[in-house]
Structures are given as structure tokens and as C-alpha cells.
Design a protein around this ligand. Structure first.
Ligand SMILES: NC(=O)c1ccc[n+]([C@@H]2O[C@H](COP(=O)([O-])OP(=O)(O)OC[C@H]3O[C@@H](n4cnc5c(N)ncnc54)[C@H](O)[C@@H]3O)[C@@H](O)[C@H]2O)c1
Ligand SMILES: O=C(O)C[C@H](O)C(=O)O
Ligand SMILES: [Mg+2]
Length: 605
């Protein structure tokens, strides 16, 4: 458990060419002809339709005569993207990001194959546009940006209709669903129906990183109203104009949706995303023993944070088992912060061994009212296991402030999942200089950029140059002068959710268990070489997200097999999965990862 890969092995893996040859799709059946094909982004090839297909599909005369290759189309798109970048230099960042999102979104609407190819090849550049942080801005402006619908919308007004509505979705097969109710979009709060941008962005990452087939993914918005007064008063707002449903009324909507999905696509994996804390925990508890689902903010985030925390131990030159001694201050007792602490405690008890006494002594939890102790009035049930007994507080009082806690505890790690920009201020960061760790770690994981607890520049400036740093949104590395660079990691659940979803899907498991999630976290934690870790590099580059996702999916699938939960997927049955070696499992995963190239289209009536 928690073995650290030898650096040579990790490097070898990194240099291995990632094979896409096996993913070349065969002919693709299309039930449309003529202009209907050109207007369908799944099938459209624009000017790249060869003459034979133009004849066969009734496209002759509907396109200019010259046939342009995929490579030429690709180059033309990238040229226009780069010229947009040049022409908008110096303009406000938000406006530029939205312009970039628009040009990508237009391509998405027109030609999915080309869109996903440019996305995969340029994921490092494009992830911040189609995903965090720009996706946050898109959600905030969604009603104004809306041109064409994407995904499905189930509203409180659809009660009793969902079982039939689900059949309105045009695709026969759906493998992966990301659903939100828009109640806690990143650190931006309740954005109602406008939160649909998040499932769309997450599923784009699924296609790019996990090779999910875009014809088989479904973003979903459950619109149960909004408590965002500004949106309710906005004449352009596209969602229900009513306060959020609560209690049983709310749950009956989610229940109906989950049942409808399960009836039509019993094997689909469902990811719950950006639900406010009470519903995030409630729905996870309610469905995880019945359906193949997980909550990304609780469980995906936990695995990514744990991998980073273990990396921070290695960066101190200590053995992994020293994780049990690390003093960690978690700021934010919401779905993400509590998810992280829950998984960290599980890791500590595994390390302590079967007879070890599970301990959370070294963890300190802070929320908007300060340090959480057993003396807290109306202590939230989910935070209770992490509340400090009086004898554990080092003399700190209930509700002690963040800076008081940091000064007194001298933590090895300060981890923010509060959604509050800038709360790791100069005073707090300077207090981290007194940390007991030779290499303190600062994780400012809240999204989007302005909601990060601090910037990396401030962290290196005030807490010292020897820190290890991770943000949740992408930031540039920091120039420390004298040729030294402060490496900036992105501790974002995108390193795990695509592999969790893909591994679960390909295993055919009916549930996503703690062991499967632990396998995902372990895989990420052991991915980096000692040399990388010593430079403060805790996570792989986004550029290799497809490789890490394939490994995570393999680990998840193997864990499902080990628990005898893997029932098989498509042609590959339970028995075959059980007989596969690790290498064969990895090959099976890669073989099933979709890669965008134009397939020959064959018309079928
Ligand atoms: N990097 C990632 O992968 C990742 C994953 C999940 C969530 N997040 C981010 O984490 C943030 C929180 O998400 P969540 O789902 O846990 O939200 P949440 O609303 O469930 O919880 C927020 C918590 O922060 C606390 N808080 C608020 N103000 C505070 C303050 N001034 N000081 C200390 N604590 C304060 C609240 O009391 C609450 O406990 C969001 O910004 C989200 O984008 C990041
Ligand atoms: O969406 C992200 O970038 C990460 C996370 O799921 C979040 O809610 O912030
Ligand atoms: Mg989220």
C-alpha cells in the first residue's frame, strides 16, 4: 500500500508512446441524409466530406467543391484561434477568455470531431477555457450567452414526466452523465439553471482525458429554482423563477430523475457535481448503494487532495507513513473539505495497520466561524467527527481565527476549500514561516481564480521559497529570481474524476466503492517520480492527462474486479475481466478510449 514508484519506472512510463492506433473507429452508421447531416455536429465533417460520401449521403452540391483534409481544417481553426489571441492582447482578461470560449463553442456546435481533436492536442491551453476558471464566467453569463441547448434540463415543473422525457434524448446509448442542481457552482454560489456549464465542461474533460465517446455523454441540469435574487430579477434568466425546492419536494425530483436514468440506461455512470453541501452528502448516501454514481466534489476532490498531501510528505524527504504525523489545517468544512478529511483519516488508519487506532488528532478544521471544537453550538453532524476535544486544541478556543490556529499549531499543511478568495492573507502566510515542516505545503484549492485562498506569488513571497504550492485553478509558475522557479501545481479533481468514471464504466460495476476510489487516489499518489516530487511537482502536467486517466481507470477497474463487482462491459464479460493481467487491463482500457478522427459514414434507413 502507498508504495512509491522508483523514479526510473515512472520516467519509463512517461516516455512510452500513448497508443491511439487501436482506437481508430470503424464505419459509423447514420440515419440521416443531406443537410441534416451537415447540421449534426456528431456526423458533420464540413468541407472534408470525400466525394464518395457526398454522393452516398446526398451532400453533393451542398458544399463548396474543394475537399479539405482534416489536417487543413485543424490548421485553419488553430490559425483563427491564435490570431484571436494576438488581436486581443492587452484587453481585459475576462472578455478575452469569453471570446476564446465562444470560438471553441461554435466549433463544438458545428463539428465535434474537429472540436475534440483540437481540445485533446491543446488541452493545456484549452482546459482553462472550457473548464475552470472560464467555465465559471460562462455560467455567470449563461443566459446571455445562450444560443443552442446542450444536454437535458429537468425542472420542478417536469415532476411526473421524467420517465418519458428521458426518451427525448436522441442517443440510444449513454455511458456517462454529469448532473448538477446549480446550487454551489465552484465558489460562485447558487447560479440556478446557469450551472449547466459545469456538467458540459466536466464532460468535455471526460471526452478529452478519458476518451469517453461524445455521442454517449449527457450533461444534465436539475432546475429546482434558485435562491439567487439577482437571477430571479434578471429578465434574461432562463431558469425557473421560484425559490429552490427544499426537503422531500426536492428529493422527489432527484429521485425521479435517477430512476428515469436508471430505467433507460441501467449501466450509465452518474457524477453528481456542485450540489450544495447538504444535498451533496444526502444524495451520495441515498444513491451510492443503489446506483453506479459518485460525488466529484466530495470523493474526486478527496483523492486528488490526498495524493497531493502524500506528495508533500515525500517532498519533505520523509517516508509516506509520516503522513500520520503531519499537522494539517483544513479551511472550509463543506462538501470538499469534509471529503478530504474523511479520506485522510481512512489513509491514516490504513497506515496505522489493522490494529491501529484511527486518529484525527493532527487535523484541524476551520469554517466561517473559526476553529471547530466539540464546544461548537449546533455542531454540524458531518463536521462532528473532526471537531476538537478541549484537550486537543493546544489551548485554542472554540472559533479561534485562522491566523491564531496557524500560529499555535505550526502546521505542515494549510489547505483551503472555503471558496473565499484571499483568506490566506499576508499575516496567515507569514505565520506559515514558523511551520514545523522543513517544506510547508499550501493548497489554495478554491475555484475559480479569484476565489483561491491566495495567489502562488503571495504564497512564495510571504511563506518562503521552500514551500510546496498547489492552487485549484491554473496559475503560472512563479519567478523567484536568480533563475529559481516556484512550481505551481493544480490540485483539481480533473486528475481523478475522468478515470473514476471510465474505470467504473468499463468494469460494469453497479456501485462505486471506497476501494475503487482509494485505488484511484493511490494511483495518482504514486505517479510522480522522486525527482519531480523533490522539485515540488506533485501532479502530472495537464498535457499528459490522457495517460494518467488511463492509469487511474485501470486501477479503478482492477479494484472493482478484486471486490467481485465487475460485471463486464459490452463484449467483455465478468470472466474475461477476472482473467486479465494488469497490462491486459490497461490495454483494454486504452482500446476503449475514443479518439477523434473522421469515420466513414454509412447511411442506414
Ligand atoms: N480544487 C478542486 O478540485 C475543488 C474541488 C471541490 C471544490 N473546490 C472548491 O472548494 C470551494 C468549497 O467547495 P464546497 O463544496 O466545500 O463548498 P461548501 O459551500 O460546501 O463549503 C464551504 C465551507 O467554507 C467555509 N467558509 C466560508 N467562509 C469561510 C471563511 N471566511 N473562513 C473559513 N471558512 C469559511 C464554510 O463555513 C463552509 O464550511 C469552492 O470554491 C469550490 O470551487 C475545489
Ligand atoms: O470544477 C472544478 O474545477 C473543481 C471542482 O469540482 C469545483 O467545484 O471547484
Ligand atoms: Mg465541482
Amino acid at each position: 500500500m502507498w508504495r512509491v514508484m522508483r523514479s526510473a519506472a515512472a520516467n519509463l512510463r512517461r516516455t512510452r508512446q500513448f497508443s491511439v492506433a487501436a482506437t481508430i473507429p470503424g464505419p459509423c452508421m447514420v440515419h440521416k441524409r443531406g443537410a441534416d447531416i451537415l447540421h449534426d455536429p456528431w456526423f458533420n465533417k464540413d468541407t472534408a466530406f470525400p466525394l464518395t460520401e457526398r454522393d452516398r449521403l446526398g451532400l453533393r452540391g451542398l458544399l463548396p467543391p474543394r475537399i479539405v483534409s482534416f489536417e487543413q481544417q485543424y490548421a485553419r481553426f488553430m490559425d483563427s484561434y491564435r490570431s484571436l489571441e494576438r488581436n486581443t492582447q492587452g484587453q481585459p482578461e475576462g472578455a478575452v477568455s469569453l471570446a476564446k470560449w465562444r470560438i471553441l463553442n461554435r466549433l463544438h456546435d458545428r463539428n465535434e470531431t474537429l472540436y475534440y481533436r483540437v481540445l485533446i492536442d491543446n488541452i493545456k491551453d484549452f482546459a482553462p477555457i472550457i473548464y475552470t476558471p472560464t467555465v465559471g464566467l460562462v455560467c455567470q453569463n449563461y443566459s446571455g450567452l445562450f444560443r443552442r441547448p446542450r444536454g437535458m434540463y429537468f425542472s420542478a415543473k417536469d415532476k411526473g414526466e421524467m420517465m418519458s422525457m428521458i426518451y427525448n434524448w436522441p442517443a440510444e446509448h449513454v455511458d456517462m452523465i454529469v448532473v448538477t442542481d446549480g446550487s454551489r457552482i465552484l465558489g460562485l454560489g447558487d447560479l440556478g439553471v446557469q450551472g449547466i456549464g459545469i456538467p458540459i465542461g466536466k464532460l468535455d474533460v471526460y471526452v478529452a482525458a478519458a476518451g469517453m465517446n461524445p455521442q454517449r455523454v449527457l450533461p444534465v441540469m436539475l432546475d429546482v429554482g434558485t435562491n439567487n435574487q439577482k437571477l430571479l430579477e434578471d429578465p434574461l434568466y432562463l431558469g425557473l423563477r421560484q425559490p429552490r425546492l427544499e426537503g422531500e419536494e426536492y428529493l422527489s425530483i432527484v429521485d425521479e430523475f435517477v430512476e428515469a436514468v436508471h430505467t433507460r440506461w441501467p449501466k450509465a455512470v452518474v457524477q453528481f457535481e456542485d450540489f450544495q453541501m447538504k444535498w451533496a452528502f444526502e444524495t451520495l448516501q441515498r444513491y451510492r448503494k443503489r446506483f453506479c454514481m459518485f460525488n466529484d466534489d466530495i470523493q474526486g476532490t478527496a483523492g486528488v487532495a490526498l495524493a497531493g498531501l502524500l506528495g508533500a510528505v515525500r517532498a519533505q524527504g520523509r517516508p509516506l507513513t509520516d503522513f500520520m504525523k503531519q499537522k494539517i489545517v483544513v479551511v472550509g468544512a463543506g462538501s470538499a473539505g469534509l471529503g478530504v478529511l474523511t479520506m485522510a483519516v481512512q489513509a491514516v488508519s490504513r497506515m496505522a495497520g489493522a490494529n491501529g487506532i484511527p486518529s484525527n488528532h493532527q487535523f484541524y478544521l476551520i469554517d466561517k466561524d473559526g476553529l471547530i471544537t466539540k464546544e461548537r453550538k449546533n455542531l454540524d453532524l458531518s463536521a462532528a467527527p473532526f471537531a476538537k476535544y478541549p484537550e486537543e486544541t493546544k489551548g485554542l478556543r472554540e472559533g479561534a481565527s485562522l491566523v491564531e490556529v496557524v500560529r499555535k499549531v505550526k502546521p505542515d499543511v494549510l489547505l483551503g476549500l472555503s471558496g473565499v478568495g484571499g483568506i490566506f492573507n499576508e499575516e496567515v502566510l507569514k505565520a506559515m514561516r514558523e511551520s514545523d515542516s522543513p517544506r510547508p505545503a499550501i493548497f489554495a484549492m478554491s475555484n475559480p481564480t479569484l476565489n483561491a485562498e491566495c495567489t502562488p506569488a503571495d504564497a512564495f513571497k510571504y511563506a518562503g521559497e521552500n514551500i510546496v504550492f498547489a492552487g485549484g485553478s491554473p496559475f503560472e509558475n512563479v519567478d523567484l529570481g536568480n533563475g529559481k522557479v516556484g512550481h505551481v501545481n493544480q490540485a483539481n479533481n480533473m486528475y481523478l474524476f475522468p478515470g473514476i468514471g471510465l474505470g467504473a464504466l468499463l468494469s460494469g460495476a453497479r456501485l462505486i466503492t471506497d476501494s475503487m476510489l482509494q485505488a484511484a487516489a493511490e494511483c495518482l499518489a504514486t505517479y510522480m517520480s522522486d525527482e519531480e516530487i523533490s522539485r515540488g511537482v506533485l501532479y502530472p502536467s495537464i498535457g499528459s492527462i490522457r495517460e494518467i486517466t488511463a492509469e487511474v481507470a485501470t486501477a479503478v477497474l482492477q479494484a472493482a474486479v478484486a471486490e467481485d463487482l465487475a460485471e463486464g462491459h459490452g463484449e467483455v464479460g465478468r470472466k474475461e475481466l477476472r482473467c486479465m493481467s494488469k497490462e491486459e487491463t490497461a490495454e483494454y482500457v486504452k482500446r476503449n478510449m475514443w479518439f477523434p478522427i473522421y469515420s466513414p459514414l454509412v447511411h442506414e434507413k
